[in-house]
Design a protein around this ligand. Sequence first.
Ligand code: SF4
Ligand code: SF4
Length: 436
Amino acid sequence: MAGDRLSAGQRAGALLPPGAPLAFHLLAKPTGAICNLDCEYCFFLSKESLYPGSDFRMTDDVLAEYLRQLLAAQPRAPEVTVAWQGGEPTLMGLDFFRRAVALAEQVRRPGQRIVHTIQTNGTLLDDDWAGFFAEHGFLVGLSIDGPRALHDAYRVDKGGKPTFDRVLRGLAALRAHGVDWNALTTVHAASADHGREVYRFLRDDCGARYIQFIPIVERQAGPVPVTGRSVTPHGYGRFLIDVFEDWVRSDVGDVYVQMFDVTLANFYGEPPGLCVHSETCGLALALEHTGDLYSCDHFVDQAHLLGNIRERSIADLVGSPEQVSFGLAKRDTLPDYCRRCDVRFACHGGCPKDRFEVTPDGEAGLHYLCPSYQAFFRHVRPAMTEMCDLLRAGRPPAAIRDSYARSDARRGRNDLCGCGSGRKWKRCHGIETAGG
Ligand code: SF4
Ligand code: SF4
């Protein structure tokens, strides 16, 4: 569906029909897990121990081998994404990316279009970076968690200092140069009850038109399975519903929220474009600075090391039996509770990395956020069904805004808001339409 820009390569599952173009998504980490910040919830920082003594910089040899193979492995894909993330990839310096763009041009096949993407914390961006991104059509994923207090709750530097102002300076440079950008916004303990506030800040103050919400689920040892920074099992759903009720009234068709786009695709019966809510996965891999290829960015560990691209080709590793089983396991290890679930077609059990809960009937392997997924997918079912009907009738889903406006006009100011907050309509999502 439109708007799912960063994860375009993550479409479908591992079950590609014979003869279909092999399309996959690689996230390359040129600095490994190294970052200039120390965000409290970041799971990458512990990964530094995987490469003791390394300088954590991708060499030009690995870079050239990576790009050559990436483009050669997808000869029939009209568009190939070259995606960089970290750690913090901008620590490599601008010249590294200049070389990457030039090399990609050299090895590109006729007719192949290259889309360059980079995910960054934004703190090192300036006019030089932004001008470069604009010149080469980079799509920039910028980590920003909301207004100052919510952003700075956990996104701090190595000295524990807040980063909000530095990120906003980076964003200003991107916007001044007209760079295409996407907000990458985590949902955590501090922000879960502020969905609308976060959304409106991104939309109105930052001018975001593409937004990805990422729930923080941070495991810890001991009787409580997650840290206090993690979003609660119900909190993510509340956050999404809060945002959805705003979005569906005024922004459908103008602002792309990945989770809503993905949900609409699943309701419509199209590949959702996000591995987490696809039936199978295994086509979104992670490349370390050394050329080591791992099954997924969330499984960068010895058990999921497929091999090194200097010894075995990317195409081979992506299609290896280990990787195919990794992708199929997402479907095949679903507990029976999920198999019987009325919203399974939209949820598909979530990402296996967070399936550490037990179902009500005692089976292991339920996703930690199941209560959120159930609440969100059930809540949006009528709206998603209506948008699917509009699509089938050849009309834009944005027409749903008119039907919401009509039903809102009949709503009493003191009626309960339909979002489930328990607040009056005039004090909740009707705050503008009801004039309260
Ligand atoms: S909502 Fe819960 S029960 Fe249903 S598929 Fe998702 S994780 Fe499984
Ligand atoms: S393990 Fe999770 S993040 Fe990785 S590809 Fe599968 S669903 Fe996506």
